[in-house]
Design a protein around this ligand. Structure first.
Ligand SMILES: [Zn+2]
Length: 227
C-alpha cells in the first residue's frame, strides 16, 4: 500500500481542500455535527483526510473531532485496552469508545463545506506526497505506522481485519482562531497559566488510526503514544 506524507500547502483553498486542518469540516449535509457524550457541548473540528486512490479506504474521508470545552481528566486520550500489541479488539468496543471525541467516516464525494459549524482552529490545507519513509515527527496516510514507543499494531476487530489508516505527528500545532474559547484545562493549573494559543488533540500524543478492511460497516481503532 502506498504511503503519503501530509505536507502543508497554501495552494489549495478551504473550499477545494479534501485533506486539511481546521476551518469548516467538509461532511455530508445529512450528518449531524458531533457533540460530546460527556458534557454535550459541540466538539471541536481538528482535521480530516481523504484517502487517495490505492488506499483500501479510498474514496472515503475521515474527520476527527474532540471536546475542548470541558476538562475531562478521565478521557484525555481514547480508551486503551490492557493489551495493545497484536490485540484482538473486542466486539462492540469501537461502537462505544468514542465519547469525548468522534471519528466520522463518509464518502469523500458526498462532503460539503459545513457553514453551520463555527471554526475554532486555523485552516491549513494538506497535500499528499508519496514517500518511501516518513519520520515519526511527520504526519502520513497509508503505509506502515512509525512507532515512537514500540510496535502496537492491533491484530483484528472481533475477527475483522484492520488496515492502517494514518498517523498524526505529536505536539501537532492546531492554532486557535481569535475569538474561539481556549481549550479547557485542569482547573488546578488553568488559573496559573495564560490561555494557550493552540488546541491539543489527545494531549499532544502521536495518533495512530486503523480501520476495518472488509465489506462491513466501517469502524476506526485509535491509539496514541507519547512523542
Ligand atoms: Zn466534553
Amino acid at each position: 500500500m502506498p504511503m503519503y506524507e501530509l505536507i502543508p500547502t497554501e495552494a489549495v483553498t478551504e473550499v477545494e481542500a479534501t485533506s486539511f486542518v481546521g476551518g469548516h469540516p467538509h461532511l455530508p449535509s445529512t450528518l449531524a455535527l458531533p457533540t460530546c457524550a460527556k458534557c454535550e457541548e459541540p466538539l471541536t473540528f481538528f482535521y480530516q483526510v481523504a484517502f487517495p486512490e490505492g488506499h483500501p479506504w479510498a474514496p472515503r474521508s475521515l474527520a476527527v473531532f474532540a471536546c475542548t470545552s470541558t476538562w475531562h481528566p478521565d478521557d484525555l486520550i481514547p480508551p486503551l485496552l490492557p493489551q495493545r500489541r497484536d490485540v484482538v479488539v473486542p466486539e462492540g468496543f469501537l461502537n462505544s469508545y468514542q465519547t469525548t471525541f468522534r471519528l466520522l467516516v463518509f464518502p469523500t464525494r458526498t462532503a460539503v463545506l459545513r457553514e453551520d459549524y463555527v471554526p475554532r482552529v486555523q485552516f491549513m490545507a494538506w497535500r499528499l506526497d508519496q514517500a518511501r519513509s516518513v519520520a515519526v515527527t511527520k504526519s502520513k496516510v497509508g503505509g506502515e505506522p512509525t512507532w515512537c514507543m514500540g510496535r502496537e499494531n492491533p491484530a483484528s476487530y472481533a475477527g475483522r481485519p484492520l488496515v492502517f489508516l494514518m498517523q498524526l505527528a505529536g505536539h501537532f500545532a492546531f492554532e486557535r482562531l481569535p475569538g474561539a474559547l481556549p481549550m479547557a484545562r485542569d482547573p488546578q493549573f488553568a488559573r496559573l497559566l495564560p490561555p494557550s494559543p493552540r488546541y491539543d488533540l489527545f494531549v499532544g500524543n502521536v495518533v495512530y488510526l486503523w480501520g476495518t478492511n472488509d465489506e462491513g460497516p466501517e469502524a476506526v481503532y485509535a491509539l496514541v503514544q507519547r512523542p
